[in-house]
Write a protein of this length. Structure first.
Length: 100
């Protein structure tokens, strides 16, 4: 099995966790402050980072999907085991997007 699949999967999981943590920090800050605009300004860099993480996760999800299809076509076993020993198997689907 290619080592790239687990690496990309782990990277996605790490980014999702970081994204959740940043969202939690933001929600906590809002719950104790009535000055919403001030908070928005204070957390501008975190908002920007959240958007960047969202884009990185989307890109890595696409890469993970591409690698899984490539490995499937090569006859390799496709499964991933995370840091908690939870096993994941792929679910394949087809989506279409505009090309122009």
């Amino acid at each position: 099995m290619s080592q790239q699949l687990p690496e990309v999967f782990k990277r996605i999981q790490d980014k999702k966790k970081e994204q959740r943590d940043l969202k939690s920090i933001y929600r906590d800050a809002l719950s104790v402050s009535s000055e919403y605009q001030q908070i928005v300004e204070d957390f501008k860099s975190e908002f920007d980072k959240l958007e960047g993480l969202k884009l990185n996760i989307a890109g890595d999800n696409q890469l993970l999907s591409d690698l899984a299809v490539k490995n499937l076509a090569s006859g390799e076993e496709i499964k991933i085991i995370d840091e908690y020993k939870v096993e994941y198997e792929p679910i394949f689907s087809v989506r279409f997007k505009k090309t122009s």
